[in-house]
Design a protein around this ligand. Structure first.
Ligand SMILES: *[C@@H]1O[C@H](CO)[C@@H](O)[C@H](O)[C@H]1NC(C)=O
Length: 352
């Protein structure tokens, strides 16, 4: 192959630079010096290539670390990014170490999730039954006054359901939603209530299936959609897999919201979704109207609760302790749902 102007090399008498040779020839005086110059230029070029390659290597490692955010979990990526650039192998090991800390095997046999949606937080200082049953010890919004007996019935019903199904994990779900109650979650106060009532006499103490061993908390949800999504994530975090069956315990008049809107937003199969509605008295017209106007209609337009100013404001208002949620750590397979927004249902792959 002939380079441009090939046979008119620097030594050619027909060089465009005339009889005195090229500029380089004149400068260096001899033909071999020209070769030295070419050699130096090649070296500089090669160095640029090496630097480029190293830079790309770092970039690629960084990319791998970023992908780790969705592929493995946010934890891994954070570990990777905070301690400069680690290999994928190191990231995977770090995830394994984190998972070992949870001892997933203890709950790996559990297949079904029962989720009891919290409504408020107990602010009393004593967890004796009389204090718990006294409505003035709970932080209640105006439209919640008179509903404590129903909340207590939700707690009891969930424990009864969990006691009947030895493969069930019961999660009380609800965040630190009330400033006046202190930095305590709805889930914690529901759990302590069930404990105060001695698990309603259903705890077979010596059994490995004892119901109290299978009752845990989901402590970040701020609305009913988050109750569902976060509890599914928490189930995965604790058991290493997603539930077969999902049972929600809450008010009967909220069934349509959970069963159609929230379930469909997660594309959870209808035949593996169950709802146990507990109302102690028929809901008033005001309650039903409020459910339509303040929740159902809003979630219908905004199934993930991220667009509607009202739903967004509710989430803010229900996080007075400024807690930052840990999810989707613990459920990397569904990480994308946590950033899904808009009316169109999530279309990506799902593990159920
Ligand atoms: C409920 O608690 C309030 C405030 O602590 C107290 O004044 C009231 O007597 C209690 N009611 C009952 C029935 O114990």
């Amino acid at each position: 192959m002939t380079a441009p102007g090939g046979h008119h090399g620097p030594h050619s008498p027909h060089s465009p630079h005339g009889p005195h040779g090229s500029h380089a020839h004149r400068l260096l005086g001899t033909g071999s010096s020209w070769r030295v110059l070419v050699f130096i230029a090649a070296c500089v070029g090669a160095t640029v290539c090496v630097v480029f390659a190293l830079g790309y290597g770092l970039f690629a490692t960084h990319e791998m670390a970023s992908n780790g955010l969705t592929l493995t979990s946010g934890v891994a990526a954070r570990i990777a990014l905070s301690t400069s650039f680690k290999s994928m192998h190191e990231i995977e090991n770090a995830v394994r170490v984190r998972e070992m800390a949870y001892d997933l095997h203890e709950f790996a046999a559990l297949r079904n999730l029962i989720m009891c949606a919290g409504h408020t937080v107990y602010k009393g200082t004593s967890y004796d039954r009389d204090s718990i049953a006294n409505e003035s010890n709970w932080v209640l919004e105006r439209n919640q006054v008179g509903q404590l007996p129903a909340y207590l019935a939700h707690i009891r019903t969930s424990v009864e359901l969990a006691a009947k199904d030895p493969l069930a994990l019961l999660l009380f779900s609800g965040g630190q939603t009330r400033r006046d109650a202190g930095p305590t979650s709805e889930a914690q106060t529901y759990w302590k209530t069930a404990q105060a009532f001695d698990w309603y006499g259903l705890n077979a103490r010596d059994s490995p299936h004892a119901v109290s061993h299978r009752i845990f908390t989901e402590e970040f949800a701020r609305d009913s959609f988050e109750n569902l999504l976060f509890s599914v994530c928490r189930f995965r975090e604790m058991t290493g897999h997603y539930p077969d069956h999902l049972t929600v315990v809450s008010f009967g008049f909220k069934e349509r919201r959970f069963r159609t809107l929230h379930r469909q937003a997660l594309r959870w199969p209808a035949e593996r979704f169950h709802y146990v509605g507990v109302d102690l008295e028929p809901p008033s017209k005001a309650l039903i109207d409020g459910e339509q106007a303040n929740a159902a209609n809003l979630f219908r337009e905004d199934p993930y609760g991220c667009d509607s100013p009202t739903l967004v404001a509710k989430r803010k208002g229900r996080n007075p302790w400024l807690r930052f949620m840990p999810y989707p750590d613990g459920c990397p397979e569904i990480a994308e749902i946590f950033v899904q927004c808009g009316r169109v249902p999530f279309e990506g792959p799902l593990p159920w």
